[in-house]
Design a protein around this ligand. Sequence first.
Ligand code: ASP
Length: 372
Amino acid sequence: MTLCGGGPLLLVLMAAADQPQPAKAGKPETGEAVLVIHGGEGDLPGTPDKPDEKVLQEYRDKLTEALQKGYEALNEKGATSLDGVEAAIRVMEDSPLFNAGKGAVFTHDGRNEMDASIMEGKDKKAGAVAGVTVVKNPISGARAVMEHSRHVLLAGQGAENFVMLTREKLEKSDPKAATKLEIVDRHYFWTPQRWKELEEEWEKEKKAGGEQGRLPSARRHLGTVGAVALWDGHLAAGTSTGGLTDKLSGRIGDSPIIGAGTYADDRYAAVSCTGIGEFFIRYAVAYDITARMKYKGLTVEEAARVVINDELEKADAEGAAIVLGHDGRFAIAYNTQAVEMSRGYVTRDGKFSVAVYKESLSPPKPLPPAKK
Ligand code: ASP
């Protein structure tokens, strides 16, 4: 039997080659990029077993838009890698699809408490906000802490007051930056899908005899967002989240903790993580990935794999990370529980690829024109 003669067998093989191949834990996806993003891992909301193609397409479209906006921001005059990271994350924060900003999950008592951080790899400046409830785009709040305060991490009402005051101050000197620090009513963050997810948790707790605010035991949609960028030789990383559904009020995860959920060092890599934050804090995951490059000379793929697949897997901790090296090579690593991560990247010449659910990233194709 020959495969070169054409006919039905060849057609079947060609069709199979077009199909997205399942993503595999333990083998980081790699390539070259100026911007890599993730929209969290776990089941997609409402469709744990077999996602609807319409839902998958909504995710692919939003990831593509985040890459477009991030790439556009990078290409503006005088832009830095921070601009690409912030612009891409803002798109995902404004969408109810992801667990950040608009789509943030609820605490046990029905509030939305959001965390975010951003870091640049040249001087290792960083900013973060934790437990904010009225900041429309927590990633921009985090950047304001980095650029307009003496601190790295502000929490709760103090963080919110700081964002409001910074906005007022910037209104005259830099109106464009001021508009990014929008304050909204808490109800803005209420979405039916997230409320339903909280009610399901309450129900499970009731059945389990009222045990409250424990870590998720079963797989579910986590949906934290993150981005890493390399521009003009400098790296930046950012992460934004609503945390975990049904978390105790006041719980802060890894996303606003520099070294846990986010890290950037121009000599090594920029990292943004997603997964059960308690483990990421205890294992200092984002920093550990760069430390393995620094002290052991590992590549981005090796460092990401060792930390996400060996260390975390041993601890039975679900999680994933996007890592962008100083040379533009990236690694996207997820462990067995986290194969369904939404993710994407764009190359220096504006070619992109996105993948959701069990798909693998494909060779990059030209970015469609950005929607205004
Ligand atoms: N790491 C986030 C947290 O624990 C959750 C996530 O990544 O989905 O707050």
